[in-house]
Write a protein of this length. Structure first.
Length: 170
């Protein structure tokens, strides 16, 4: 494993085991704001525009964040509800989307999805089914608490990506 991925994996494991479930949810929620700020910094008329031929638009990045978050939430909820390993692994890649929303529209969808997830995980005691893991393509096997915290890393990574897009479209 790449040393940077090992470092991040160590962070996910250490913090996920140290923090309470409400603290984990609050940490993810607080850093979601960076996504909002980044998305809102892209000029409205350029939100769908790709800065370069092989680059992603801010719309595509936000679609990925929302769709990826839904997949992670379904897996976490499934583990909490059943104690069984979830289905297909999370795929961290941008796919072309036909869905076009504004920064505010994507933000509203993300908040609704995440608040539902936070509400569900806060019903957990925090120690159930920690033996159930599923594979992240870069960070290896993670339990549901680690996957919850992964959403923070994922959001921050894509917030930086959108900030870079904003700098090229301003």
């Amino acid at each position: 494993m790449d040393p940077e991925f090992e470092r991040i994996r160590g962070y996910l494991q250490t913090q996920a085991s140290k923090l309470s479930v409400p603290e984990l949810a609050d940490k993810v929620r607080a850093d979601m704001e960076q996504l909002r700020s980044a998305a809102e910094s892209v000029p409205t008329g350029r939100f769908l525009e790709r800065p370069g031929e092989s680059d992603w638009s801010a719309n595509e990045v936000m679609a990925h964040v929302v769709d990826g978050g839904k997949a992670v939430a379904r897996s976490i909820t499934g583990v909490l509800d059943s104690g069984h390993k979830p289905g297909p692994a999370f795929v961290d890649r941008i796919e072309k989307t036909e869905t076009e929303r504004s920064a505010e529209g994507w933000w509203s969808a993300l908040v609704a999805d995440r608040e539902a997830l936070f509400g569900r995980v806060k019903q957990a005691t925090g120690d159930e089914h920690l033996d159930v893991t599923w594979t992240h393509p870069m960070f290896g096997d993670l339990n549901w608490r680690e996957w919850l915290l992964f959403l923070r890393i994922h959001d921050l990574d894509h917030a930086r990506q959108i900030q870079a897009i904003s700098a090229t479209t301003a």
